[in-house]
Design a protein around this ligand. Structure first.
Ligand code: TF8
Length: 338
């Protein structure tokens, strides 16, 4: 610790002798506290990955960069944290790309119903050029996108009846992410789509303010939705990415070394998170059944009907992202499939 301190002082002195003043050398690592917020609880795939990210950053920076993680939306909902990052009041977070659509409309492309059919296909597109291009759009708005993590394929739960066919959505009060594509998709299906931040979801289900919601198996399990939901219907209607973001205001003040350490840790955590999420998802259905949920697979015929019914929501995506970008994502998705 002492040696570190002396090292830092020496570097600072050297800096001023060389006339660098307060400007940092490119390879500097300064002691910093990084507040990293997320919405799920500590015992979730999101929480485990946040912890790993914090450990990796501490290790690679010799303990100088300290990440404090804040789970369960204790720093606010995804929306609130995004604004805190833009304003510079918080350094980093992970949350849904879907909650960024109000800031960067291009993010809506990931909400296209049935865009991906396989998680590896999603990885290739998200980690490829178009994924990066969309991420870079955040910079104009004061955010820096680092990497996509996996939230996963979303499935419907509710307390009214199993969703076996399209018509079963009729009149179900379904919480959706606050995002025009999700609202349109579920309105088209016949549900009463209610946009709500995730942080209010458990209570809304518990008090029956809404009848149902949709999220990946992992979240249904880690957020204990089985305590307040009876039916789980396997629809896999959309693949949701998470995205790790930083405050641009803050990020631009970091040295290249610091940025490199954080980026490498975010990537390492991404790879581990995807593995962890897929492993957990493969066992989650059994666990949810054990917790008393009644699970039904929706037939391919009914999925086809849902897919057709959701078609007009694609126009909502195109209105938001532009035809060219939409086609580009579609093309990369098709290429990745093969
Ligand atoms: C949702 C999302 C959540 C995320 C999370 C809180 O339903 O699927 O997993 O927003 O970061 O809101």
């Amino acid at each position: 610790m002492k040696r570190l301190l002396i090292g830092t002082l020496t570097a600072a002195l050297l800096g001023s002798t060389l006339g660098l003043g307060h400007a940092q050398a490119a390879d500097d690592i300064r002691p910093r506290m990084i507040r990293f917020g997320y919405g799920l609880n500590e015992d979730s795939n999101q929480g485990r990955a946040a912890k790993l990210l914090a450990e990796e950053i501490a290790k690679a920076s010799g303990g100088k960069l300290k990440v404090r993680t804040f789970g369960s939306a204790s720093l606010g909902s995804d929306d609130q944290m995004q604004n805190a990052l833009i304003g510079g009041a918080q350094e980093m977070m992970v949350g849904s790309t879907a909650t960024l659509v109000g800031i960067t409309p291009e993010m809506a492309v990931w909400d296209t119903p049935f865009l991906f059919s396989d998680p590896h296909q999603a990885d290739q597109v998200l980690d490829g050029p178009v994924g990066r291009q969309i991420m870079n759009k955040l910079e104009e708005k004061g955010l820096v996108g680092l990497v996509y993590w996996e939230n996963g394929f979303r499935n419907v739960t509710n307390s009214t009846r199993p969703i076996e066919k399209l018509e079963d959505f009729d009149g179900i009060k379904l919480r959706v992410m606050p995002n025009p594509v999700f609202i349109d998709t579920f309105k088209l299906m016949g549900a009463n789509a209610v946009p709500l931040p995730f942080s209010e979801l458990f209570t809304a289900l518990e008090t029956e303010a809404v009848d149902g919601q949709e999220n990946p198996y992992n979240t249904i399990l880690s957020s204990k939705f089985y305590e307040v939901q009876k039916f789980l219907s396997v629809t896999n209607h959309v693949y949701s990415p998470w995205i790790v973001t930083a405050s641009k205001r803050w990020w631009d003040g970091l040295s290249q070394t610091e940025q490199g350490i954080i980026m490498a840790a975010a990537e390492k955590a991404r790879d581990a998170e995807r593995e962890d999420t897929r492993r957990e998802a493969s066992q989650a259905l059994a666990a949810l059944k054990e917790h008393g949920m009644q699970v039904n697979e929706v037939s391919p015929e009914q999925i086809r009907r849902m897919r057709e019914r959701a078609q007009p929501a694609i126009q909502t995506v195109i209105d938001s992202v532009g035809q060219e970008l939409f086609d580009q994502v579609r093309a990369e998705a098709e290429k990745a499939e093969r």
